[in-house]
Ligand binder design. Structure first.
Ligand code: NAD
Length: 342
């Protein structure tokens, strides 16, 4: 861990005659954050990562990044923002378990609202030229009244403390832009899946099904399995984060002005997902049905025209290809773990 950062008044460090842009990735030991850190390193950035490893893994953090094991709400994290001369902060660190948010809404708010405010206060005071890219959720902020595909300006009906805390953070970002000119973009993700995914996330079903298929165990489907979600591959998501960090953004203010849905605009049912994964795995296991979970949305998929028009972003990986690539990753990890143990 490196605690003392060089004090730098400029926006980026100069290495010889070359200016090297700098990015801070919070939650960079997690599923999406570690891919984001990889993308910025590949794009020529120096990357710092803050993560408290509550759900992330140290081995996910790319070796070329500087890692700080810290809570986003801590004074040390604020200090890193103040002194880091970042061009961009991609803020992914979050409590993102909906059930946990219901059980302990205060903890959820502490991480997702107060943690975000800690970074925003530090940025507006001493890094006002830094852009914040915030990761929100297109699955939860719109609620069940949404008539999919849902556009960014749709009314917000958050139905869990997690959705409330994400939406609150979005309101703070809009406020900081309006009052202080602190630039930000909000990405409202669909259900992100792909390599390094853990079962607890919003698209956790993909990782759960991959592990079940590898174990040769039945896939559990809640309700009738016809509920739809918008599954988006992590490679497409990180490209959206890159574009949100580097493209010119609209000058308008307000909650939805610089918010972008990042999905496919296609609703896929859980049953369809299960059969596509069985095909990818080349194996058939039984499907068992369990009672519908209370409060679960029936249909959820998001319109993506705005990200395409403003950021020039389009999803490139179709579901069959993405699931095949994800299953292969889980199978390879199994093999490595088994070899490591033997
Ligand atoms: P993840 O759990 O893999 O990553 C979150 C990371 O944040 C973890 O590494 C965790 O250790 C870290 N973290 C948690 N609390 C922290 C704290 N207080 N201080 C520092 N670090 C902390 O989850 P993910 O799927 O990669 O999600 C990343 C972001 O994307 C989250 O903000 C989430 O809300 C958002 N998102 C994810 C999805 C999805 O489908 N995975 C969908 C919508 C939005």
């Amino acid at each position: 861990m490196r605690w003392q950062l060089p004090v730098n008044q400029g926006r980026s460090f100069e290495k010889g005659t070359q200016v090297v842009p700098r990015a801070l990735v919070t939650g960079g030991a997690g599923f999406i954050g570690s891919h984001v850190a990889d993308r910025f390193l590949a794009g020529g950035y120096e990357v710092d990562v803050i993560d408290n490893l509550s759900s992330g893994r140290r081995e996910n953090v790319p070796g070329a990044a500087t890692f700080y094991e810290l809570d986003v709400g801590s004074p040390e994290a604020a200090d890193i923002v103040r002194r880091g001369s970042f061009d961009v902060i991609v803020h992914l660190a979050a409590q993102m378990d909906v059930r946990k948010s219901v059980a302990d809404p205060a903890y959820d708010a502490k991480v997702n609202i107060l943690g975000t405010l800690n970074l925003l206060e530090a940025a507006r005071k001493e890094a006002p030229r830094c852009r914040i890219v915030f990761t929100s959720t297109g699955g939860a902020v719109y609620g069940t009244f949404a008539n999919p595909p849902t556009v960014e300006t749709h009314s917000k009906e958050p139905e869990s403390p997690y959705a409330v805390s994400k939406l609150s953070a979005e309101y703070y970002l809009a406020y900081y832009f309006q009052l202080y000119g602190l630039e930000s973009a909000v990405l409202r993700f669909g259900n992100v899946y792909g390599p390094r995914q853990d079962p607890h996330g919003e698209a956790g079903v993909v990782s759960i099904f991959c592990n079940r298929l590898l174990d040769g165990r039945a896939l559990t489907v809640f309700g009738d399995g016809l509920q739809t979600r918008d599954y988006i591959h992590v490679a497409d998501v990180i490209e959206a984060a890159w574009l949100a960090a580097t493209r010119t953004l609209p000058d308008d203010s307000g909650l939805d002005a610089r918010a972008f849905n990042i999905g496919t605009a296609i609703g896929t049912s859980v049953l369809d997902l299960a059969s596509q994964l069985q095909r990818a795995a080349g194996t058939n296991v039984p499907i068992e049905f369990a009672p519908k979970r209370p409060g679960e949305q029936q249909e959820s998929f998001i319109a993506i025209g705005k990200a395409s028009q403003v950021l020039g972003w389009v999803p490139r990986i179709d579901l069959a290809e993405g699931l095949a690539n994800t299953y292969k990753w889980f199978a390879a990890r199994r093999l490595t773990e088994a070899t490591g143990r033997s």
